[in-house]
Design a protein around this ligand. Sequence first.
Ligand SMILES: [Zn+2]
Length: 108
Amino acid sequence: MKKIASERIEKLFLLASEALKSGDAGAAKRYASSMKRISEHYKIRLPRRIKVSVCSGCGVPLIPGINCTVRAVQSKSYISYKCLACGSENHIRYKPLPARKTTKTRRS
Ligand SMILES: [Zn+2]
């Protein structure tokens, strides 16, 4: 049963992003909210990939270039997804790369 539910979630996410790309924000929101409802009902976690790309404020899937801006904050090592509809930000932490030793290369 959980497998079917997670398949349904994947499909709804796809539908939501397609609806958003075609400019139907209302449908996208509906798909996303039913996606969330399914995950709550069957007590399954949304895959990380989906969870990070749904706005925490208004619940619309975030697609860079369409309804969100993506910014990397290097000093705090997170990536910020800012929703253009409601202005809330999702922060996704990432592991900073180990500091590389800078070796001066001189051309002769
Ligand atoms: Zn939003």
